[in-house]
Design a protein around this ligand. Structure first.
Ligand code: PLP
Length: 374
């Protein structure tokens, strides 16, 4: 049997439409040139921008292409915005390192998570009480657990305090509604490779000019209307645009199918191992993600054994896999280290299907049995 790839929160499989769009764009000119080759490149970029702008209900100039979510976070998490001077940065307790390490404030104040990984709104309220000109960075959904954050409720509190909300919608895009209306956020950022587009491209999407950074992070030739210098990666942007269009056309149906597959795998895991701990089990979760631990079986060993059997899953987030450091997200949820070190993440994507779910359950049972015997 072909390998089973269940690690779409790390990176999803390239969609055929994205591959075709990239190949077609590889010979494009420089989008800043005025000649026909340049204008053709410009048209590819503006088509991709128009897809995103239309879907998010904003003018095209409010969509800025970047090299991915990490750059977007570094770009937007700045105190000086066009229409605001933020002084305090509050961040959700389970944010990605691109937020915790990528912001431009002197310090960030984490807001607690509850035991299911949801932001503690009472803690947010308390922290807002003492905050001057706050900015909140809160992800729409967590990459490790798939837990969906109460962004709408949090945004209402931050807006009442006169603040600005930046939402990391990387894992939410194409999986749940992460529009400005649904989240109440002022700024969203997204990444192409999590939706089946190419790696190394993403976007920051602004609800209005006032929440754009006062100064560009990358200063240079004035590309992206002065918001992001550097010659645009035309093929990557075109691939991102094509993947996004594909997701808009098929995403809702795809997620119903994937959600059913995830539920089936979760039921199989619970049947196989009643001692399994499912993280965020009582919270709303992304339909594609299942994070769980099999107590007593270290995740690193299990992931390696499954890999040998042809299954790709992850222990914790991709950024921390390979390192044995315990997950900061699980620690923020109050999960004990001996459980956390057994944490596994299955994240499904568009190519996955029912036979893979069945095969996975069989392989997991075999590997678990072998490890227990040792
Ligand atoms: N935010 C979240 C929630 C993520 O899962 C990731 C990637 O794992 C990122 C941000 C960073 O995205 P990128 O790879 O585009 O820099």
């Amino acid at each position: 049997m072909a390998r089973i790839y269940f690690d779409h929160n790390a990176t999803s499989t390239l969609r055929p439409a994205a591959r075709a769009a990239m190949i077609a764009a590889l010979d494009a000119g420089n989008a800043s040139s005025v000649h026909a080759e340049g204008r053709a490149a410009r048209a590819l970029i503006e088509t991709a921008r128009a897809h995103l702008a239309r879907a998010f209900g904003v003018k095209p100039e409010l969509v800025v292409f970047t090299s991915g979510a990490t750059e977007s976070a570094n770009m937007v998490l700045q105190p000086a915005l066009a229409g605001y001077a933020c002084e305090t940065l509050l961040i959700g307790g389970g944010e990605h390192p691109c937020v915790t390490a990528g912001h431009g404030f002197g310090a960030a104040c984490p807001v607690a998570l509850d035991g299911d990984g949801r932001l503690d709104l009472a803690d947010l309220r308390a922290r807002l009480a003492g905050a001057v000109a706050p900015m909140l960075a809160l992800q729409a959904a967590n990459n490790e657990t798939g837990v969906i954050q109460p962004v709408t409720e949090a945004a209402a509190l931050v807006h009442d305090a006169g603040g600005v909300v930046v939402c990391d919608a990387v894992q939410a895009l194409g999986r749940i509604d992460c529009s400005f209306e649904a989240t109440g956020a002022d700024v969203l950022f997204v990444s192409s490779h999590k939706i089946g587009g190419p790696k190394g491209v993403g976007a920051a999407i602004f609800s209005r000019r006032a929440v754009m950074p006062a100064q560009a992070l990358l200063r240079g030739g004035g590309q992206e209307r002065g918001k992001r210098g550097g010659t645009e990666n035309v093929a990557a942007i075109a691939g991102f645009g094509a993947a996004f269009q594909d997701v808009c056309a098929t995403g809702a149906d795809e997620m119903v199918r994937i959600g059913a597959l995830r539920d089936r795998i979760e039921a199989e895991v619970r049947a196989l191992a009643p001692e399994a701990v499912v993280f965020g089990a009582n919270a709303p979760r992304l339909p594609n993600t299942l994070a769980f631990a099999l107590p007593g079986l270290p995740a690193e060993t299990l992931v390696a054994a499954l890999d040998v059997e042809g299954v790709a899953i992850s222990s914790g987030s991709a950024c921390s896999s390979g390192k044995v450091a315990p997950s900061a997200v699980l620690a923020a949820m109050g999960i004990a280290p001996e459980i956390s070190r057994c944490a596994l993440r299955i994240s499904l994507g568009w190519p996955n299907n029912e036979p893979e779910g069945v095969a996975f359950a069989t392989i997991l049972a075999r590997v678990r049995h072998r490890m227990q015997r040792r």
